[in-house]
Design a protein around this ligand. Structure first.
Ligand code: ATP
Ligand code: MG
Length: 298
């Protein structure tokens, strides 16, 4: 199997730009994922973030995310992944630069009208509401009656495998089930863009793998564009059509790696040579980001 790793851009002077790698064998066309090509669902243009205590969390971050991409933001703790995601979601203001939504209708707050779903690391469910009530909430906030959207909510619960738990309360669910409710709640408004901030970090490995497969199934079925924050090389290599590797202090993207779209991912992919090689290359990029030298090549 041919796996091309073709750095098409490398600059080391102060005007640093991300290294572009194309590991996609389906298109083998790095321009397909090069920043600036085609219309984006969202673009960060020269975004910097300095917190009031002086911490420079992000500097000059420019990222284009195009329709249907599954983008992972991978980087060490503190490199600004959550800050970037929160700024995209309008939960934080950039200190410089802008976030743009070329394909969306923009509301008075400069945000796309109902186009973004956010899944936090904690499921953040309302304990006094049933599973149905939690997933119904975003529609309720839009003024939609329960009876009008009952089918929409139940369909979403069926999609995440929780149709039989509509009347259960969060305290009756496992951690993985709570996270499924959180994902259903983020998707029930049918957003164009789904943002997930390390959603499975607190779960055991088997549950995490199962939820990875569920997220991919939802991505395939709904056509939603995804930005997925993770610490895990293996998770990013399994899930993504593109991995953006971030560097810390200050946070910025240092490698932009195009992969084949994750249309067919299963247990056999996890033990395939292609997956192993992808993990190795993504891992190398992460080591570079952390200024660590590889001890061994192989
Ligand atoms: N509200 C805040 N006020 C001041 N500094 C902050 C604030 N939020 C984040 N930071 C700082 O900004 C930097 C980036 O933080 P951020 O949470 O975005 O990192 P991260 O990549 O998501 O880390 P992790 O992987 O641990 O979640 C860190 O140095 C952090 O201490
Ligand atoms: Mg974070």
């Amino acid at each position: 199997m041919h796996l091309a790793a073709a750095p098409s851009c490398r600059r080391t002077h102060s005007n640093e730009r991300p290294v572009l790698l194309n590991l996609a064998v389906e298109t083998n066309d790095s321009s397909a994922t090069a920043p600036g090509s085609g219309r984006s669902v969202v673009s960060m243009d020269g975004v910097s973030k300095v917190f009031s205590n002086g911490t420079v969390a992000l500097t000059d971050m420019s990222v284009d995310v195009r329709p249907g991409e599954f983008v992972s933001l991978l980087g060490p703790s503190g490199c600004g992944k959550s800050t970037a995601l929160r700024i995209i979601a309008g939960l934080g203001e950039p200190s410089a630069g802008s976030v743009n939504w070329p394909l969306s209708r923009i509301n008075a707050r400069g945000l796309p009208e109902g186009d973004v779903g956010f899944v936090f690391q904690e499921p953040t469910l309302m304990p006094w509401q049933t599973v149905f009530g939690n997933v119904y909430l975003p529609l309720k906030l839009r003024g939609q009656s329960k009876s009008a959207v009952r089918k929409q909510v139940m369909d979403m619960l069926a999609l995440v495998g929780l149709a039989d738990f509509a009347d259960a309360y969060p305290r009756e669910l496992s951690g993985g089930m709570k996270m499924r409710v959180s994902i259903a709640r983020a998707l029930v408004t049918r957003p164009k863009l789904l943002l997930l901030d390390e959603p499975f970090a607190a779960l055991d490995e088997i549950t995490r793998q199962k939820l990875n497969d569920d997220v991919l199934m939802l991505w395939r079925q709904s056509g939603v564009t995804v930005i997925f924050v993770t610490h895990s090389v293996y998770e990013s290599a399994y899930l993504s059509s593109r991995v953006l590797v971030m560097k810390a202090r200050p946070g910025r993207v240092c490698a932009d790696i195009a992969l084949d779209p994750p249309r067919e991912r299963d247990e056999s992919y996890r033990i395939s040579e292609k997956y192993r090689q992808t993990c190795e290359l993504v891992s190398d990029a992460l080591r570079d980001a952390m200024n660590e030298r590889r001890l061994q090549h192989g």
